[in-house]
Design a binder for this molecule. Structure first.
Ligand SMILES: NC(=O)c1ccc[n+]([C@@H]2O[C@H](COP(=O)([O-])OP(=O)(O)OC[C@H]3O[C@@H](n4cnc5c(N)ncnc54)[C@H](O)[C@@H]3O)[C@@H](O)[C@H]2O)c1
Ligand SMILES: [Zn+2]
Ligand SMILES: [Zn+2]
Length: 342
C-alpha cells in the first residue's frame, strides 16, 4: 500500500510503498477513509528541531484519521468489523500512576500515533483497540476524522464552566475555531475571539463568534474592557503567543479561569503573573484529551446536532497530493485540511 511517510531525516515527506500492517492481539485494523493535517504533521514535514529529535524514519505519519474496522485482533472485545471509528492519537500504558488514577491524558509512557509508531495517512492502520473510538450516532467519517484536535477544544472548554459564561478565545487556528462552536453549543453567553490572520478572522465569523478582534490592528485590551467591564469569566488560550497570555490575564475577571492549550515556541514567557495572582485567576495547563470523558462529551455534542464544525474544514485533497496541501497550509490560508484516503 502507498503511505505518506517520513522516509528520510530531511525536510518533506514521501509517498512510499509499505507492507499492509497485520492485525495483532489487542489491536484493530482500520480501513482508513479520511485523515486531517495537524500542526504536528507540519513540524514533521518541516523537520524542525523537535521532529528531528523525536522521529525515527521511516515512519508513516498522520494521527488524525477515521475509517472502518476491517479486522480485530485476539482479545478485542468492544469493536467488530464494519464499525466506524476515529483515532485517539495518544497510546497510554495503563499502569503508571496517572493511568491508574484516571489521568491517562498525562501518562508518562505516552506514545503518539504517526510520531512514535506508524500512523494513519495510509489505506490501512493497525492501532490499539482503545485508540479506535467508535463514532456516535451518525457522525460522518469526514467529520469524525478531526475528533483528536476537536477533543483538544472540548477538553479546554470544559475545564471550567461554559454555560451562561462570557468566554474569550485567543487564536483562531482550527482548535480555536472548533472551540467557538463548542462554547456556543454548551450555552456560553458571549464568545469573544482574537486572531491576527484576516482569513481566520473570517472563519471565526462563520463559526458564530460574537466579538471578533485583531490584536495587530486594534487595542484589544481596551475594547474588551469596554464590552466586559467586569472581565470575562474564562479565557481559552489557543494561539501559543505570549501577548495573548498577557491579554488573558488583563481581560479575565477576578476569580475567573485561564485555560492554556497553546504551546509557546519560546521556552520562557514573560507576563505580569502578579496580576493573575492578585485577581485569584485559576490558571490551568491543558494537554491532550481526557480519556475518555472528552470523547464522550464530544460524541454527544456532535451527534446532538448542536455542534457544527463544517465551516472549519476548508479544504480536501486526495492524500497522494499531500505536497500541495502542505504548501497551502504553510501559507496560513486554511482551516482544517482533510485528506481523502479510502
Ligand atoms: N496542549 C496540547 O495538548 C495541544 C494539542 C494540540 C495543539 N496545541 C497547541 O494549541 C494551539 C492551537 O492549535 P492549532 O492547530 O489551532 O494552531 P495554529 O497554529 O493553526 O493556530 C494558532 C493561531 O493563533 C494565531 N495567533 C498568532 N498570534 C496571535 C495573537 N497574538 N493573538 C491571537 N491569535 C494569534 C495564528 O495566526 C493562528 O491562526 C497551538 O499553539 C498548538 O501548538 C496544544
Ligand atoms: Zn493533531
Ligand atoms: Zn500510563
Amino acid at each position: 500500500m502507498k503511505a505518506i511517510a517520513k522516509a528520510h531525516a530531511a525536510r518533506g515527506a514521501d509517498l512510499i510503498e509499505v507492507p499492509e500492517p497485520a492485525v495483532r492481539p489487542g489491536h484493530v485494523k482500520v480501513r482508513v477513509q479520511y485523515g486531517s493535517v495537524c500542526g504536528t504533521d507540519m513540524h514533521i514535514y518541516e523537520w524542525d528541531a523537535w521532529a528531528s529529535h523525536r522521529i525515527k524514519p521511516p515512519r508513516v505519519i498522520g494521527h488524525e484519521f477515521s475509517g472502518v474496522i476491517e479486522e480485530v485482533g485476539e482479545g478485542v472485545k468492544n469493536l467488530q468489523p464494519g464499525d466506524e471509528v476515529a483515532s485517539e492519537s495518544h497510546i497510554t500504558c495503563g499502569h503508571c500512576k496517572q493511568c491508574i488514577n484516571g489521568q491517562a491524558h498525562v501518562c508518562v509512557n505516552t506514545q503518539i500515533l504517526g510520531v512514535d509508531v506508524d500512523g494513519g495517512f495510509a489505506p490501512y492502520a493497525v492501532i490499539p483497540e482503545s485508540n479506535a473510538r467508535k463514532t456516535y450516532g451518525k457522525i460522518p467519517l469526514d467529520i469524525a476524522c478531526v475528533q483528536d484536535p476537536l477533543g483538544n477544544a472540548v477538553h479546554t472548554a470544559f475545564t471550567g464552566p461554559v454555560d451562561g459564561q462570557d468566554i474569550l478565545i485567543t487564536g483562531m487556528g482550527p482548535i480555536g475555531l472548533f472551540a467557538i462552536g463548542v462554547c456556543k453549543a454548551a450555552g456560553a453567553k458571549n464568545v469573544a475571539v482574537t486572531e491576527i490572520s484576516p482569513y481566520r478572522l473570517a472563519l471565526a465569523e462563520k463559526m458564530g463568534a460574537d466579538l471578533i478582534l485583531n490584536p495587530a490592528k486594534e487595542d484589544v485590551t481596551a475594547i474588551l474592557c469596554k464590552h466586559y467591564p467586569l472581565g470575562l469569566d474564562g479565557t481559552l488560550e489557543m494561539s501559543g503567543h505570549a501577548s495573548a497570555l498577557e491579554l488573558a490575564i488583563q481581560a479575565t475577571r477576578p476569580g475567573g479561569r485561564i485555560s492554556l492549550l497553546g504551546v509557546f515556541p519560546d521556552q520562557t514567557v514573560g507576563v505580569r503573573l502578579n496580576d493573575a495572582i492578585f485577581k485569584g485567576i485559576d490558571i490551568q495547563a491543558i494537554v491532550g484529551r481526557r480519556l475518555w470523558e472528552t470523547w464522550d462529551k464530544m460524541g454527544e455534542l456532535l451527534s446532538s446536532g448542536k455542534l457544527d464544525i463544517t465551516p472549519v474544514i476548508t479544504h480536501r485533497f486526495p492524500y497522494e497530493d499531500f505536497n500541495s496541501a502542505m504548501d497551502l497550509i504553510a501559507k496560513g490560508e486554511t482551516g482544517k485540511v482533510v485528506f481523502e484516503i479510502g
